[in-house]
Design a protein around this ligand. Sequence first.
Ligand SMILES: Cc1cc2nc3c(=O)[nH]c(=O)nc-3n(C[C@H](O)[C@H](O)[C@H](O)COP(=O)(O)OP(=O)(O)OC[C@H]3O[C@@H](n4cnc5c(N)ncnc54)[C@H](O)[C@@H]3O)c2cc1C
Length: 377
Amino acid sequence: MLDTSARTIFDEDQAAYRDTVRRVVAGLDTDRHEREGIVEREAWLAAGAAGLLCPGVPEAYGGPGLDFSWNAIVDEEVAYAGSAVGWTLQSDIVADYLIAYGSEEQKRRYLPGMVSGETITAIAMTEPAAGSDLQGMKTIARADGNGWRLNGSKTYITNGQSADLVIVCARTTEEGGARGISLFLVESGDEGFTRGRNLDKIGLHGNDTSELFFSDVKLPADRLLGQENGGFIMLMSQLPQERLSIAVQCQGAAQRAFDLAVEFTKDRKAFGKTVFEFQNTRFTLADMKARLQVGWAHLDWAIARHVKGQLTAAEASAAKLWHSETQFQLCDMALQLHGGAGYMNEYPIARLWRDARVARIYGGTSEIMKELVARAI
Ligand SMILES: Cc1cc2nc3c(=O)[nH]c(=O)nc-3n(C[C@H](O)[C@H](O)[C@H](O)COP(=O)(O)OP(=O)(O)OC[C@H]3O[C@@H](n4cnc5c(N)ncnc54)[C@H](O)[C@@H]3O)c2cc1C
């Protein structure tokens, strides 16, 4: 179990909430998700019924209207359990776009279902030729009567197979650059919206990732989210929370890797003693333990700062950079201490190690995080 006894940012209500989260997460059939490459709808509904989805949604739209520290509890527990379920994307990213930029009607239409788990969501920025460099996106929405016609494609989209609603970033002026990007709400039944296959990844097999195609999708005017041509500013405003969310998950998973390594090495024997007794093992674990201690202190600082609205984009980028790199190093160290068992999928460290790799890439690569931090120096 994730030990939170030394942490001070959570109160008693949140401790009780964490128990609920643990109970729901323990009910996840992670092996099934891993096999099938997707999370069944019932798991989303169970999460919604227990209050795990979108804690930030205001009461007027069916949520409890809580701050990000509640999201963090879910993020930590899901990551510690080694699940790849895409709830955090819905709660930490998509919901906030609707809360911040949605019209009254859009909030009423989408948010209650996102809280209950009836509506699964995704956000589609990346394209085959535009990832780090989002300004190069080609998907375009042209004004058409009162509404829009959307054409283009997206790739690597988390929850892409299951999503009922996708926030799609598209160009709304012919010339390139940051200014002419807008956000659109595309629903699963919209004519011309299709999905490619569930992409074959090296890790994160427990959730779905897809290409999405838009062929002359007719969107009414009220599917524009926020200001026309204001998309890039909206993305830049929301990315810090996305990056903090990833940092939280990285820390939770890194802690699990450490705990698994301790358990395994205390049990495994070689040369007449436990693997834990070798000095190399104890020093490796001590190094991991020290980094985790620093990591939790840093994370709690970042969460508290974000809740107060003070976490800067550069600080969130630094957090994502450090926690994702640290997670990968710690998972690798933990796997090494497992020996051959660590390479076997039946041991949970194998999945943690595979799943860790992507955190240095998605939500902005480590190189882009360094660029963002450096720009603020
Ligand atoms: C499993 C998974 C899930 C994802 N989920 C989503 C999602 O839900 N929605 C979504 O929109 N996207 C999603 N992505 C996409 C992800 O955010 C991008 O893959 C990521 O931002 C990198 O973009 P890219 O793949 O185009 O790489 P590229 O931008 O082509 O990068 C290639 C290399 O060049 C480096 N590079 C690029 N620019 C610079 C620079 N200026 N300086 C130095 N180095 C640079 C990169 O760091 C990298 O090493 C997901 C990706 C994966 C793998």
